[in-house]
Design a protein around this ligand. Structure first.
Ligand code: SF4
Length: 279
């Protein structure tokens, strides 16, 4: 059985950077709090906890404490509140997410309505929304666009959550364009997501079976699964090697593997080892 691993499988630049920042923070700060999980992966979250970083649900007294901002970023109000409560802030927001914040703010200042394609409940989207002074429109890429949803807008810019499916985003932009005379689209899907999505499209055709490794809480992993599954029905989404069923591989000669942006290298290696043993 041939095993083909995507070059882009695993940690993206933003996650790598966030973990380096977290590691440095632990060396230099006594008490570190973080609102939510650093990234959407249970293994990484466990590792962060072991390092001594405490997950909190809301900000409290920040005296002698550091607040670590996660790779997904945060709304402006979080920074303001943390400072007021006495926290020192260490910002691990991914540079590509920060770029989306900048784009959104710039266009809002130029008088454009901001339209975000993404999951309203996702931390990254909430962070983008929370950077803006005026309420943007947020559309799920699967939503059916109707004229009344665009409230007679004449000038708007469409951006997207960094990990959306580029084909779905383009499709929705095309539909919005019918109703807004001056519509600009700025492709804000990050480079690692683009590489992962391009690779999985090819791999799903070239391999008899495809494994997507990553947490069920990871939005970018889910997208990889959806793209691959459409092309190759023998696509499985697993969190780790324990979720593999040997019978999947009966008569299979080639397996393609990729992993979400927050999946650690050791999990990918364990999956490969297990498949080799099955093979
Ligand atoms: S998926 Fe993209 S935007 Fe998100 S953390 Fe990774 S590099 Fe940054």
């Amino acid at each position: 059985m041939k095993i083909n691993i995507a070059k882009s499988a695993g940690f993206c630049l933003g996650v790598k950077q966030a973990l380096i920042i977290a590691d440095e923070a632990v060396k230099n700060c006594a008490k570190i709090d973080m609102l939510g999980d650093i990234v959407h992966n249970e293994e990484v979250v466990k590792q962060i906890k072991k390092m001594g970083i405490k997950k909190i649900n809301k900000l409290t007294n920040g005296k002698d404490k550091t607040l670590l901002i996660r790779a997904h970023g945060a709304p402006k109000s979080t920074y303001r509140k943390a400072k007021k409560l006495g926290y020192k802030i260490i910002d691990a927001t991914c540079p590509m997410v920060k770029e989306i914040h900048q784009i959104a703010k710039q266009y809002q200042n130029k008088g454009y309505k901001i339209i975000i394609i993404g999951d309203k409940k996702h931390d990254e989207v909430q962070g983008i929304v929370g950077q803006l002074d005026k309420e943007p429109l947020v559309f799920n890429p699967k939503v059916k666009i109707e004229k009344k949803m665009l409230k007679g807008l004449k000038k708007a810019v469409v951006i997207s959550q960094s990990t959306q499916n580029i084909d779905e985003v383009k499709n929705i932009v095309y539909k919005i364009k019918k109703y807004i005379p001056h519509l600009k689209f700025i492709d804000t899907i990050c480079k690692p997501t683009r590489q992962k999505q391009n690779e999985i499209k090819t791999m799903s055709y070239q391999n008899e079976l495809v494994l997507i490794i990553g947490s069920k809480a990871s939005a970018n992993t889910k997208r990889l699964y959806q793209i691959s599954r459409k092309i190759n029905p023998k696509t499985y989404w697993i969190e780790n090697e324990k979720k593999i069923s040997p019978h999947w591989f009966k008569n299979i000669k080639s397996v393609g593997i990729t992993a979400g942006a927050s999946t650690p290298e050791n999990i990918i290696k364990s999956v490969v080892k297990k498949i080799k043993n099955i093979g």
